[in-house]
Ligand binder design. Structure first.
Ligand code: FAD
Length: 392
């Protein structure tokens, strides 16, 4: 293999370049990035960047030392056997890493809607989060909660509109309901069970015909994998690029990583596509091994964190079909106004399927290890936050 092309210069893309060199690949590497920026981290965009603590989140990676031909501002438009079609002509490859991530869903309407995916998005939105600005956030998921947090810190008046009955419904199920109190405490007007019909100039129109007036509208209702450029290439697509457990796609010498990859998980007996930083960080090592002829398997316990309303929220695992046990009292004041609680989800055989930790980082560490080990637990003890998870 002489030439590997990596499409997508986000975290998964740059980690793929690093993994190739770490494995001793001495050939040419070309890294294509639609954005005109060097690879950067996205989690701080909705945290430090939006609150003005930082302007740059560039990934600490020496592209010169990696001897990579980095082409910012160049997009892949199509794929034929052995050739990537780009906005600047054709590029032949022996190996290809698809790392094109995901892009935000936008809603209907002719009003300006901010989304939050890129550093440019974050800086544009930050400039609008001012004292007294009326900000409407659509969606009380991870992004919506973090945007609402930053907007309140900036002194804006914030309304969050959520279609489900409580925040974080898709990610956490009913446990998400316990975070509604954080919105109230922060002075955010949270309207649940409310759909949006359109984003208009000067506000949003709700499903019942009423309106919410706003100077700034932020849509945070999820993302779609960025795989349009692969249409017609023959690569299997189904909610992202379909891969096996080695992150190999249906095409020879093509692997996929990060937010755009839907990989086969042995652990969960199903295909997973996980839009988390940890996946973009860890998957490239396995994918690159596969590309270079080794058979490593990618089968992590998915991990995610969020910082919202001054709470550290961490989650590991996958809880579909598992039994929920609340751990601690979400309504308790806690130390310095920080409640410390969480949740565990258990499988039928009393092993741990997933763990949620709110201001309890140790629970996350121990819970993740328990999930990985598949150890049976005394599930009655899980509800008691005074008992360390590793002692359950
Ligand atoms: P991306 O980061 O999306 O990178 C893909 C790159 O490919 C992009 O630069 C894109 O422009 C480029 N591209 C797309 N199409 C093409 C093309 N055709 N040709 C060339 N280039 C292309 N995760 C957590 O675990 N915790 C958090 O707290 C957290 N916070 C987040 C906050 C925000 C605001 C966002 C947006 C994400 C957050 N995430 C968080 C998720 C995490 O950042 C993503 O999972 C991670 O960035 C995925 O990396 P990736 O490289 O797969 O995709």
């Amino acid at each position: 293999m002489n030439h590997v092309v990596v499409v997508g210069a986000g975290l998964a893309g740059v980690r793929s370049v690093e993994a190739l060199r770490a494995r001793g690949f001495g050939g040419t590497i070309t890294l294509l990035g639609e954005e005109r920026h060097r690879p950067y981290d996205r989690p701080p965009l909705s945290k430090g960047v939006l609150t003005g603590k930082t302007d740059s989140t560039i990934v600490d990676s020496d592209l010169d030392a990696l001897e990579v031909d980095f082409r910012p501002g160049v997009s892949a438009k199509g794929l034929h056997t052995g050739v990537v079609e780009t906005t600047e002509g054709e590029l032949a490859y022996d190996g290809l890493v698809v790392a094109t991530g995901a892009h935000p869903i936008r809603l209907r309407g002719d009003g300006h809607q901010h989304v939050l995916r890129t550093i440019d998005d974050a800086l544009a939105l930050r400039a609008r989060l001012t004292e007294g600005a009326r900000v409407a956030v659509i969606g009380a998921g991870w992004i919506g909660a973090e945007v609402a947090t930053a907007a309140r810190k900036a002194g804006s008046t914030v309304t969050v509109v959520e279609a489900a009955g409580f925040p974080l419904a898709t990610a956490l199920g009913p446990v998400g309901a316990h975070t509604a109190a954080w919105y109230a405490k922060a002075g955010v007007d949270l309207r649940v069970g409310t759909t949006v019909a359109s984003v208009d100039q000067g506000g949003i129109t709700l499903g019942d015909g009423s309106t919410v007036e706003a100077d700034v509208i932020v849509t945070g209702v999820g993302v779609r994998p960025s795989v349009e450029w692969l249409a017609g290439s023959g690569i299997a697509l189904d909610n992202g690029v379909v891969t096996d457990e080695h992150l190999r796609t249906s095409l020879p010498d093509v692997v996929a990583v990060g937010d755009c990859a839907a990989w086969w998980s042995h652990r969960y007996g199903r295909r997973l596509r996980v839009e988390h930083w940890d996946t973009a960080m860890g998957a490239p090592e396995v994918a690159v091994a596969a590309l270079l002829g080794d058979d490593a398997v990618y089968d992590p316990v998915p991990y995610f964190w969020s910082e919202q309303f001054d709470h550290m929220v961490q989650y590991a695992g996958h809880h579909d079909g598992a039994r929920l046990i609340l751990r601690g009292d979400p309504a308790a004041e806690g130390v310095e106004g920080k409640p410390r609680w969480g949740a565990c989800w258990t499988n039928e055989d009393d092993t741990l399927a997933a763990v949620l930790a709110v201001n309890r980082p140790r629970d996350l560490l121990q819970g993740r290890r328990l999930i990985e080990s598949g150890q049976r637990l005394d599930v009655r003890r899980l509800a008691d936050p005074a008992v360390a998870l590793r002692d359950c």
